[in-house]
Design a protein around this ligand. Structure first.
Ligand SMILES: O=P(O)(O)OC[C@@H](O)[C@@H](O)c1c[nH]c2ccccc12
Length: 233
């Protein structure tokens, strides 16, 4: 990817009528099953039918993920795939690229500044889009090369393994700071539980949302119903 060229992941979300990155996650951090007997392939198909521009897959062990889940998701779709895991080393990014993913999660809260900068540079070097999650204004301001990264506010707290209360107040509070980074794709991730909060975040200025649990536990992934998440009521 040459500097300044938007990545396929970023372009896909920006161009989507329903800019929801829909997530495949086997279970929640408390162990609750989220697949309900469906295969990852079934889910990806339903997500595509519902208009997902990109798919996220959680490979982290806390959430029941592993490399085989990533492979299944990548095999099931032509859309760009985001891998969510706790990446801390270049060899893990190399494995992600070898698996065929397009974007990788880098969690600012878990990495010191120097390491985050090195991992962002490695990801870009490998043609992977850094999906940098932040939880504070200081973290947003410190994202390296923000114009080449997705900057996503995580509404949950990864330090308590996401068991804390959800809600999108953090994203509401931080929109100005996220836009101020200059990222082409300001996103809000995690804990988005209803179409009203989704539509509200998009109206505020977020250009993409990452939704896992709410879609995984929705009774149906009816495309019209899912599309309504992107339009204010
Ligand atoms: O299911 P939710 O509340 O929509 O959240 C999804 C996603 O953001 C979450 O799975 C996640 C956030 N950070 C992570 C780090 C590793 C693995 C997974 C994650």
């Amino acid at each position: 990817m040459s500097p300044g060229t938007p990545s396929t992941f970023v372009e896909a979300v920006l161009a989507a009528a329903v800019p929801l990155v829909m997530e495949v996650k086997r279970r929640s951090a408390d162990g609750t099953d989220l697949m309900g007997g469906r295969s990852a392939t079934d889910l990806v198909r339903a997500y595509e039918e519902a208009g997902a521009p990109c798919v996220s897959v959680v490979s982290g062990r806390w959430f029941g993920g592993d490399a085989s889940l990533v492979q299944e998701v990548v095999r099931s779709t032509e859309r760009p795939v985001l891998q969510k895991d706790f990446f801390t080393r270049r060899d893990q990014l190399l494995a992600a690229r070898a698996a065929g993913v397009s974007a990788v999660l880098l969690t600012a809260q878990l990495l010191d500044r120097g390491t985050l900068a090195v991992l962002v540079a490695h990801a870009l070097d490998l043609g992977l889009t850094p999906f940098v999650e932040v939880v504070s204004e200081a973290e947003a301001a410190a994202v390296p090369c923000p114009e080449l990264c997705v900057v996503a506010v995580n509404n949950k707290d990864i330090r308590d393994q996401e068991r804390g209360a959800a809600g999108v107040a953090r994203s509401e509070r931080m929109i100005g700071h996220v836009l101020g980074t200059g990222t082409p794709l300001p996103m809000s991730a995690s804990g988005i539980e209803s179409r009203d909060s989704a539509a509200g975040l998009l109206a505020l200025g977020y250009r993409g949302l990452l939704v896992g649990t709410a879609l995984l536990t929705a009774g149906s992934l009816d495309p019209v119903e899912v599309a309504s998440w992107a339009s204010a009521t």
